[in-house]
Design a protein around this ligand. Structure first.
Ligand SMILES: Nc1ncnc2c1ncn2[C@@H]1O[C@H](COP(=O)(O)OP(=O)(O)O)[C@@H](O)[C@H]1O
Ligand SMILES: [Mg+2]
Length: 224
């Protein structure tokens, strides 16, 4: 654990995690630092960034509720994820999730392999948005930025989804898997900060536009 910054080392002291098992950084999401945990899992530690402070940090209870709702609404893509609560700060959390070492990102080229799954996922997502005012953010922050950049002329940036990965891409049985754990909420108006709701609303709107532009039809004619 000595390779972690002091903030994360102290944060983790409150949790029943085995510090010896915390391995190298897998990725830095906007919301979590993702580290290998043992060989079969990842540990996700909430980041203390300015962005997360202004967005409004999630509590363990909110994260657990979103995970349960995702499992209920989208069982076909949800991944086994355990929420550990802090011993002295029960509203704090870390996540332990199955590690997907060989999963491929979803971009305009790999999407052809999972296009039917993605299309039916988005149909369901829009239906749930209409009926329950909930939405699954498939892009993720990094996916959002790459995809917006890909709209610019003379760019090498590629549209990408970073909250979904493709498992078994090379084994002929590709499956979409959701690694992210949050839903965008247009309901529960009083429960979240105004910035939180504003970002969620923008996320939904821009996601729908970017999906339509880049992922609605696979680019089978373009090379990877
Ligand atoms: N279980 C996992 N196995 C392999 N890579 C993962 C896993 N979970 C996350 N990642 C990597 O970390 C990135 C960020 O993960 P995510 O959970 O979406 O973080 P955040 O909550 O900060 O958005 C993903 O795009 C992916 O590259
Ligand atoms: Mg994410």
């Amino acid at each position: 654990m000595s390779h972690l910054k002091k903030y994360y080392r102290q944060y983790l002291l409150d949790f029943a995690v085995d510090s010896e098992k915390i391995g190298p950084l897998v990725a830095k999401g906007k919301q979590h630092r993702v580290h290998l945990y043992g060989t079969k899992h990842v540990i996700k530690i909430p980041r203390a960034s300015l962005y997360m402070r202004s967005y409004g940090r999630f509590t363990a209870q909110q994260v657990q509720r979103d995970i349960d709702t995702i499992r209920e609404l989208f069982p076909e893509i949800s991944l086994q994820t355990q929420v550990l609560c802090g011993r002295t700060h029960p509203e704090r959390y870390v996540l332990i999730q199955e590690y997907l070492p060989h999963a491929e990102p979803v971009n305009r080229y790999t999407v052809a392999a999972v296009h039917a799954q993605l299309h039916s996922l988005m149909r369901k997502n829009i239906q749930i948005l209409r009926t329950q005012f909930l939405f699954l953010d498939i892009f993720g922050y990094q996916g959002f930025v790459c995809s917006l950049r890909a709209l610019l002329p003379f760019t090498r940036s590629r549209a990408q989804l970073t909250n979904l990965l493709i498992r078994n891409f090379r084994d002929g049985d590709p499956q979409l898997v959701l690694v992210d754990t949050n839903l965008s909420h247009l309901n529960h108006a009083g429960e979240f900060r105004l910035t939180h709701r504003f970002i969620d609303f923008g996320t939904i709107l821009v996601s729908l536009i970017l999906y339509r532009l880049f992922f609605h039809r696979p680019q089978a004619d373009e090379k990877q």
